[in-house]
Ligand binder design. Structure first.
Ligand SMILES: CC(C)(COP(=O)(O)OP(=O)(O)OC[C@H]1O[C@@H](n2cnc3c(N)ncnc32)[C@H](O)[C@@H]1OP(=O)(O)O)[C@@H](O)C(=O)NCCC(=O)NCCS
Length: 167
């Protein structure tokens, strides 16, 4: 695994785009903004951006940033039972479908937590309500579904999970 370079390379953007077009997202080309539009600015604002590579090929990535910097959940912050100032938002985590169930996402997630500011109290994330694979994965890693809070984002119903980082 290596740290994401400042300017994401096209192979990484291709992976991000492919992830959006494959299940469980299955967005059609043009249905949402292309990765080249939103992924680099997200990385720019991030605390932690990691890419997992196999040789020179990117096979996984994660991006996290302070939830207040993300800024698109402000309406929900009071319902999520978090301290916004010390909460990190895991905006992106995905692994190439050809290399799943090999521990790559687990390694990326563990490294991400190591790199968070020590003041971080909570990691928050949002995923599709039907993404049972991701929900099982996060629960295995100590995340809990936030009861009663959902959001439609990019046309799909999402739920939230949180993990207390340090008590
Ligand atoms: C969710 C995702 C990131 C997991 O990546 P991964 O590299 O396959 O995960 P790991 O190999 O580290 O899995 C660790 C554990 O998570 C659980 N898990 C992972 N995939 C699972 C699946 N399909 N079904 C059930 N549990 C699963 C298992 O407990 C697994 O451990 P095991 O293989 O020893 O049983 C990957 O499936 C993915 O990229 N999905 C599409 C994008 C996405 O949904 N991202 C998250 C949304 S925020």
């Amino acid at each position: 695994m290596q740290l994401l370079p400042d300017a994401p390379e096209s192979a990484l953007l291709d992976l991000v785009e492919r992830i959006q077009q494959e299940p469980p997202y299955s967005y059609k080309p043009g249905e949402i903004r292309p990765a080249a539009d939103w992924f680099p600015p997200l990385v720019e604002k991030s605390h932690v951006a990691l890419v997992a590579t196999a040789g020179s090929r990117p096979v996984g990535y994660c991006v996290s940033l302070p939830v207040v910097t993300y800024g698109k959940l402000n309406d929900l912050l009071s319902q999520l039972a978090i301290e916004p100032e010390t909460t990190e938002y895991l905006a992106e985590l995905a692994v190439d479908s050809s290399v799943r169930r090999q521990g790559i996402a687990s390694a990326v997630l563990d490294r991400m937590r190591e790199l968070l500011p020590p003041t971080t109290t909570t990691v928050l994330l949002r995923t599709l309500t039907e993404n049972t694979t991701a929900i099982a994965f996060y629960q295995r890693h100590g995340y809990q579904v936030v009861d009663g809070v959902q959001q439609v984002w990019n046309g799909r119903q999402r739920l939230f999970l949180t993990r207390r980082n340090r008590s």
